[in-house]
Design a protein around this ligand. Structure first.
Ligand SMILES: [Zn+2]
Ligand SMILES: [Zn+2]
Length: 267
């Protein structure tokens, strides 16, 4: 059975069939999902999606696209919401030098504020990073050095796209690596090698639905039913079975979000 650690099922692209997609996940063996809210305006919607669905939990963030919206009040809001049973993480937060309209300085300010807020709220973080590993790694290292994780991980670098060295650095200071559709593309050998060098013990699976469809559905809307295709690719990379990939990455995902198989928070 599988765990999709990163979805945006509240995206408008699912407005016509969200219920059907959620109902179809069991057949694809996807038994747990974490819904990611990119902006404070979406936090309540993510909590609502998770309410009365213990197998869906949520993460509240401030995507680097919205870095200019950072304000200290968000830290207080996160702290208040962190006690809800539905809220298991803070993110996505991070740096995006490819697409975000905010300047690198504004993005770093927002990231720093949210890292402090998440630590205070005792939540693991979901990090987004595009073309910014050279800045991200020293920031994470400085922030987490000397802090022991409350669970097995401080957080996850979602949609990991760095080098083997970046992968080992992130794993070294307590981060899991999120693997999604791009690992199935023919031209991503470097990514497969980087992920393999970090080891299956730090890998979690994600779809980033509706984005990043795997090879079999490129150009189409993605949804969590794509997880088995990612598991198959990881099985090939790590020379093991999709079943074993599912078992280990599900364990890693529960450790990451500090929840059990019923979606109950452990710390
Ligand atoms: Zn992202
Ligand atoms: Zn995302």
């Amino acid at each position: 059975m599988f765990f999709d650690t990163h979805t945006h099922l509240n995206d408008a692209k699912f407005d016509l069939d969200r219920g059907e997609i959620l109902a179809a996940l069991e057949a694809a063996n996807v038994r747990q999902v974490v819904e990611i809210a990119d902006a404070p305006a979406d936090w309540e919607k993510a909590i609502a999606l998770s309410r009365a669905r213990p197998w869906v939990r949520c993460s509240l963030g401030l995507h680097p696209y919205h870095a200019d919206d950072w304000q200290p009040e968000l830290a207080k809001e996160l702290l208040r919401k962190s006690s809800l049973p539905e809220v298991v993480a803070c993110g996505e937060i991070g740096l995006d030098y490819a697409k975000a309209p905010a300047t690198p300085a504004a993005q770093k300010r927002a990231l720093d504020g949210m890292l402090h807020a998440a630590w205070e709220a005792n939540l693991p973080v979901v990090i987004h990073c595009r073309e910014a590993y050279m800045d991200l790694i020293p920031i994470l290292k400085a922030f987490y050095e000397g802090k022991s994780p409350r669970g097995r991980f401080h957080g996850v670098v979602h949609c990991f796209s760095g080098t083997g060295e970046d992968a080992k650095a992130c794993a070294g200071f307590g981060f899991a690596l999120g693997v999604d559709g791009p690992i199935t593309y023919p031209k991503t050998d470097a990514l497969r090698i980087a992920i393999k060098s970090a080891g299956l013990d730090v890998v979690v699976m994600e779809t980033d639905s509706p984005y990043l469809p795997p090879q079999s559905s490129r150009g189409k809307r993605n949804d969590p039913r794509a997880i088995p295709e990612i598991a198959e690719q990881l099985a090939w990379v790590f020379e093991t079975s999709p079943h074993e990939v599912g078992r280990l990455t599900t364990r890693n995902a529960r450790d990451l979000y500090r929840i059990d198989e019923q979606g109950r928070k452990s710390v």
